[in-house]
Design a protein around this ligand. Structure first.
Ligand code: M6R
Length: 598
């Protein structure tokens, strides 16, 4: 969703900011803008555009000395995506300039109470912030005016504010929306995502909610953080361990294909990280929290919830603890009856999904233990839960999640296996087999591209499966629809005949996933049913349950781990269909990588 970058230092600010905004493009946005101090004029210049950062770069001239600035990519919430609504926003007199991520819930009340007679030109809640600061600055210092404004805001925000009367300063503040600070001897960078800091920051600092920051250049660029009551606080410094080459396409045409191809290596990396003395191990602290638990509750959204379903299967089969899976946005406001001795697992690639954060607040209030499984160990959900497990997928840039899903399922398997009293197989060995099988499958990707061209010709499609294959069908359907815009449903194979089979007509593609011995026969019957009604079928099966005529036969792996392998051809099907349709694969329309509003 929205992205923020700000810079103050010795480098050309517009270079740092535009470069940072490019790195945040993957989060999804519809318009963008930048304000910077033109050193010769000693005032801020603002450029904005609807569309991509490249347009912002190519449409304007940045060839002036400038060392302070703020930029933004906007994913519309209040008001349509147009130039007026895009950030940065200025106060009426143009003194204060603001970029903002998040949603101010009480902005209409604030207008009514404090801004009577002020002409607002946009439909955004952000413009209200700029004008509140301006209003209060008439009777107090700018810094006090910013603080007073912050004390009135209800909702979520990551904010950067500049003042035309004190041009060598940036004010920053955060509540619920992510914001980080990067530093090097060349300057201070603000970013709503670690990616924005890569390449120009040697260190980074995480910011707690309700923290207020003043960054300035008095000779040396520096910053000071303050807590809610204005007391100075010291932020923990972390060494930046990401380099530019870890977040580029590495020769691939799209990030999505690169990330699909990285999956075997991701499994090996996870094995290395969780292997202690030749045994897969989860920390004793995490294990202890599961002792005597009668229920495991998993909460997630999108792709992560599909990983959660597979997790349920693992926990119930390996630990015998009944496990329930909830959609985050539902759980947050429609809470089911809960078992007293329960434990919550939140699964989130980004660790910033607002729907999940709303759940975590409730979970903590009720006193339940919580564990976040995430790819971003510095994220809000990782920091706010009692415990955290990292999935080590590496930066995932494509909006469509692939390697993070595989990594989530792998870590869930390791967690369930570690908690299991009896271990009837060697999970480490079996996961290594999966990574090898994945590699040879990915090597045959051109075959899958051909299959897509021949068989996926309609504007709708079905994935079917039973048990864990049904869960994979849900994930496969989400992948195909989100990047190819083909209406796709993942269906429990046996349920199709209870209504939805009415939609099957000539050439409608039905893709069946068959990896489990106990249900393969039944799913094959369902394939016959749709074939008889004209469907074009593709069968993805595991070697041990395969028929020679199946379209994609996966090398044998442990049946429990089959979802890790069977999801790969479905990712490739989605990728090649979107490619054939010439769509923006890495940045599909209307979607954001990290969904930071509820
Ligand atoms: O970062 P999270 O795992 O919490 O994100 C959840 C969903 O927004 C995400 O999985 C989304 O569904 C992806 N676009 C799927 O590819």
């Amino acid at each position: 969703m929205c992205g923020i970058v700000g810079y103050i230092g010795d480098l050309r600010a517009t270079d740092v900011i535009l470069n940072g905004l490019k790195k945040l493009e993957y989060r999804g946005y519809d318009s963008c803008g930048i304000s910077f101090l033109d050193s010769s004029k000693k005032e801020f210049t603002t450029y904005k555009t609807v569309g991509r950062v490249d347009l912002l770069i190519n449409s304007f001239d940045y060839n002036v000395e400038n060392k302070v600035g703020i930029g933004h990519t906007r994913w519309a919430t209040h008001g349509e995506p147009n130039q007026v609504n895009s950030h940065p926003h200025s106060s009426s007199s143009k003194r204060f300039i603001v970029v903002h991520n998040g949603v101010i819930d009480n902005y209409l009340e604030l207008i009514a109470r404090y801004l009577e007679g002020v002409k607002l030109i946009s439909e955004t809640d952000t413009e209200v912030i700029a004008n509140l600061v301006e209003k209060f600055s008439q009777t107090m210092s700018a810094e006090e005016a910013v603080r007073k404004t912050l004390s009135l805001l209800e909702g979520s925000y990551a904010l950067l504010i500049m003042d035309n009367e004190e041009v060598n300063k940036i004010y920053a503040a955060k509540n619920k929306s992510p914001l980080l600070i990067g530093s090097s001897d060349k300057g201070i960078t603000f970013g709503s995502d670690l990616m924005a800091l890569v390449g120009n920051s040697e260190y980074y600092y995480l910011i707690e909610d309700k923290t207020f920051i003043v960054a300035k250049t008095n000779g040396k660029p520096d910053f000071q953080a303050y807590d809610i009551i204005g007391k100075k606080v010291k932020l923990d410094q972390h060494k930046m361990d990401l380099a530019d080459n870890e977040i580029d396409k590495g020769g691939y045409e799209h990030f999505m294909l690169k990330e699909i191809s990285e999956q075997p290596a991701v499994i090996r990396r996870i094995l290395a990280k969780y292997m202690v003395d030749g045994k897969l191990k989860i920390s004793d602290e995490v294990k202890a929290k599961f002792i005597n638990k009668k229920r495991i509750y998993i909460i997630a959204a999108g792709t992560s919830i599909h990983a959660g379903f597979i997790g349920k299967y693992y926990f119930e089969n390996l630990t015998k603890i009944p496990t329930e899976v909830f959609i985050a946005s539902e759980f947050a406001y429609n809470q089911p009856l809960l078992e007293k001795d329960g434990i919550f697992i939140l699964i989130s690639q980004s660790g910033e999904t607002a729907d999940l954060r709303a759940c975590l607040v409730n979970i903590r209030q009720m006193g339940y233990p919580s564990l976040t499984i995430t790819n971003v160990i510095t994220s809000t959900l990782a920091r706010e839960a009692d415990m955290r497990l990292e999935i080590f997928a590496g930066p995932e840039i494509a909006v469509a999640s692939t390697k993070a899903y595989v990594a989530q399922v792998t870590v869930l398997a390791i967690l369930a296996y570690s908690l299991a009293k009896e271990k009837s197989f060697d999970l480490g060995f079996e996961l290594s087999r999966v990574s090898i099988a994945m590699e040879s499958l990915i090597d045959q990707k051109e075959y899958i591209e051909g299959l897509v061209t021949r068989k996926l010709k309609k504007r709708n499609c079905f994935y079917i499966g039973r048990g864990i294959d049904y869960y994979t069908s849900l994930e496969a359907a989400l992948k195909l629809k989100e990047i190819s815009y083909i209406q796709t449903e993942g269906f429990a194979a046996g349920e199709l005949k209870h209504g939805t089979i009415a939609l099957i007509e000539k050439d409608v593609p039905v893709i069946a996933i068959i990896t489990q011995k106990n249900t393969s026969h039944n799913t094959r019957s369902n394939v016959h049913e749709v074939k008889a009604r004209g469907a074009t079928t593709i069968i993805i099966s595991l070697e041990s349950v395969a028929d020679n005529s199946d379209d994609i036969i996966l090398s044998d792996v442990h049946q429990m781990l089959a979802p890790l392998l069977s999801v790969v051809p479905t990712q490739l099907i989605a990728y090649y269909k979107a490619k054939e349709l010439n769509l923006d694969i890495d940045k599909p329309r209307n979607l954001a990588k990290s969904v930071t509003v509820e």
